[in-house]
Design a protein around this ligand. Structure first.
Ligand code: DX5
Ligand code: ZN
Length: 239
């Protein structure tokens, strides 16, 4: 966790996505991330329909709950599933603190957001790269998190789509202009040492990172530290 350059009041944090973790050592790897200072764990839930891949269900969130909560951390379920209303209750009972649904998967988005809040969870809405910001604007004041997808959802390890930076910056202005600076601005996909600085500068507060945290190149702790460092890009010196 750190503040954003030029905006000391804005907290910027890294949210490791367990999609790229070694599932045989999941608890151990999440533990390492928490020890390195992480306080937000992102669980990618895919149903093979909204996206082609199939991943985790509520049981995985439930298994991680005691560990993450013992550090005061937040577990977020990113639901890449059709008609997510069917599973909100299950994920909440499993201990997820934040539930993020896809705008494109909801039949009645304001109702889904209300349902998440009724369950006592933070409500997030994710938008795919081709979904214009204007579609999320009507509900933005009711959200705790807006997640800008910077890759097509479905798989880890993809390349960051550069035009996402304009979307992030536009959303930053919109949130600030409307007195909604408390709403988390998340970015998900292709966040690594090369892209995280631009993501932070564009105004994001939460950077989801999968393959740049969990990989064979370095330890989880070293990767988290490197991302933190790379996110603190100093403004150009004044001459
Ligand atoms: C993609 C998922 C992401 C993914 C990010 O559909 O929503 O959370 O794990 O992985 P990286 O950081 O490797 O792009
Ligand atoms: Zn995700």
């Amino acid at each position: 966790m750190s503040t954003t350059p030029g905006h000391p009041q804005r907290v910027f944090q890294i949210a490791p996505s367990i999609l790229s973790a070694d599932v045989c050592r999941l608890g151990e790897q999440v533990h390492e991330a928490l020890d390195a200072g992480v306080r937000w764990i992102h669980v990618d839930v895919m149903d093979g329909q909204f996206v082609p891949n199939i991943t985790f269900g509520p049981l995985v969130a439930e298994a991680l709950r005691p560990l993450v909560h013992s550090y005061g951390g937040t577990i977020e379920a990113h639901l890449m599933i059709v008609d997510p209303d069917r599973y909100l209750d299950d994920f909440r009972r499993a201990g997820t603190d934040a539930i993020t649904v896809h705008l494109e998967a909801c039949r009645d988005l304001p109702r889904t957001v209300q349902q998440i809040h009724n369950l006592g969870a933070l409500a997030g809405v994710a938008i795919k790269p081709h979904t214009p910001l204007s579609e999320v604007v009507p509900v933005v004041a009711d959200l705790d998190l807006v997640m800008v997808m910077s890759v097509e959802p479905g798989f880890g390890g993809q390349k960051f789509i550069p035009s996402s930076l304009e979307k992030i910056a536009e959303l930053r202005h919109l949130l600030d202009d409307r007195g909604l600076a408390h709403v988390e601005l998340g970015v998900d996909g292709g966040v690594n040492e090369a892209t995280i600085g631009s993501v932070a500068r564009a105004g994001a507060t939460l950077a989801v990172a999968g393959s740049s945290v969990f990989n064979a190149r370095a330890s989880v702790a070293d990767n988290v530290r490197a991302l933190c460092l790379a996110s603190r890009v100093e403004p150009a010196p004044v001459r």
